[in-house]
Design a protein around this ligand. Structure first.
Ligand code: ZN
Ligand code: ZN
Length: 417
């Protein structure tokens, strides 16, 4: 079977091949002899095939793709028994965790319709998400703990493209989304691999400055926002490329514009308002307003999707606390594109954001050597979820607060001060 899928001719094959090359060489920096586990929507098969080629050319041991399909997902909602929504493929994710223990690299291709489950029963969506989160946890811990090199990259699926460019015909929408993904992923440059090395160096300069400042908190002010985010003890800022516990320096997100660290799970106070809609597993949650007290969300509202938001917050105790704080200038290329991608991989790189749930162990000094108990003692949050949402805009000011209470401007009107 060699037939291509519909609309792959709307996507520049040369740039698609370069995206695959960047994912393998920069995103994963896959090592000779290393196995690779890929998850992707069936619609992304043209990219998956190129990824497999570049992986084997890089000397991969065994490359194993797992494909999902929108119609298969919907069939469960249409015809599955009620009990089905509390189930997940625990055995599969245990296998993933085992593979990661054996130093298998992980590549996730995103590209599904972000509104796929929008019309489905919110309770069933939440139960299915919860069951999946719990089952996936052993594998997520190894990703969040940065045990192995991993990467997320995007493919312009037709259903996703239609949501992003509703005014266009399908082929045009796919071409526009493809070109936006290629530009954001820097594969429209003459030498994408060199462009990524340059970009990584610029992000490293920002993280070095922030790590030198040793802030104990960040204070955000703007419309609907007056928020103090305490930073975890011994936190460390990261951005661009970083080194996994297996010693491989990779770029977990393609694209990426953020520098980020771990907030203190018990030291977040005040209120904050989202600045972009959050597309969460098929539901759009918009105009989020929450109030934190001692790190915990004690009040949550949303203009749209409030029921889903509250179900997310109830998944476990850590879902109400922060696991990440990230800085992205309003002038980032993804922000300047003006496109709302309805996908966190892109939208989180258009604005400053925070994430509910699990923290990243690597965002601590010597993080690779800390036990989960030590991370918790330093303020790192634990949860079965990690959900980023956008709180940045050109109206947000951020101050760094030093342990003695003195303040340093970090962002003014959405830009580095
Ligand atoms: Zn982030
Ligand atoms: Zn995040």
């Amino acid at each position: 079977m060699t037939t291509d899928l519909p609309f792959s001719d709307a996507i520049d094959p040369e740039k698609l091949d370069r995206l695959a090359e960047v994912a393998i060489k920069v995103g994963l920096r896959l090592q000779a002899g290393q196995d690779l586990l890929i998850t992707a929507p069936v619609a992304a098969l043209p990219l998956v095939r190129r990824l497999v080629v570049h992986a084997y050319r890089a000397g991969a041991g065994l490359v194993m793709p797992f494909l999902s399909d929108e119609a298969v997902t919907l069939a469960r909602f249409d015809h599955g028994s009620d009990a089905s929504f509390d189930r997940a493929a625990t055995w599969l994710y245990e296998g993933f965790a085992k593979a990661f223990d054996a130093n298998t690299a992980r590549l996730a291709v995103v590209g599904d319709d972000p509104m796929l489950l929008a019309g489905q029963d919110a309770d069933k969506v939440a139960r299915a998400n919860k069951a999946t989160s719990m089952a996936y946890r052993p594998a997520l811990e190894k990703i969040a703990g940065f045990d192995i090199n991993w990467n997320i990259v995007a493919y312009p699926g037709a259903a996703w493209a239609r949501q992003v460019f509703p005014g266009d015909g399908e082929a045009t929408a796919v071409t526009r989304l493809a070109n936006a993904i290629f530009a954001a992923s820097r594969v429209d440059r003459a030498d994408p691999v060199a462009a990524w090395h340059e970009h990584n160096a610029a992000l490293a300069e920002r993280t070095a400055w922030l790590n030198g400042q040793q802030f104990s908190a960040l204070h955000y002010s703007g419309p609907g926002t007056d928020l103090t985010i305490g930073l975890a003890d011994g936190h460390e800022w990261h951005g661009g490329a970083s080194t996994a516990k297996n010693g491989i320096t990779c770029n977990p997100n393609i694209p990426t514009e953020e520098v980020f660290t771990t907030p203190h799970a018990l030291r977040v106070d005040g209120h904050v308002r989202s600045t972009k809609p959050l597309s969460h597993q098929g539901t759009l949650i918009d105009d989020i307003r929450v109030r934190f007290s001692e790190g915990r969300i004690v009040e949550a509202h949303a203009g749209k999707g409030e029921a889903v938001l509250n179900k997310v917050l109830d998944i476990d105790e850590g879902a109400r606390r922060l696991g990440e704080v990230a800085l992205v200038p309003h002038s980032s290329p993804i922000s300047k594109s003006g496109i709302l991608f309805l996908n966190t991989l892109f939208d989180e790189n258009a604005a400053c954001h925070i994430a509910l749930g699990q923290c990243y162990a690597k965002c601590f000094v010597d993080g690779a050597r800390l036990t989960p108990e030590q991370i918790a003692a330093q303020g790192g949050n634990t949860s079965s979820i990690h959900i980023d949402w956008m709180i940045g805009s050109d109206e947000i000011d951020i101050d760094g607060v030093r342990p003695d209470g003195s303040r340093v401007p970090v962002f003014r009107r959405g830009e580095w001060a």
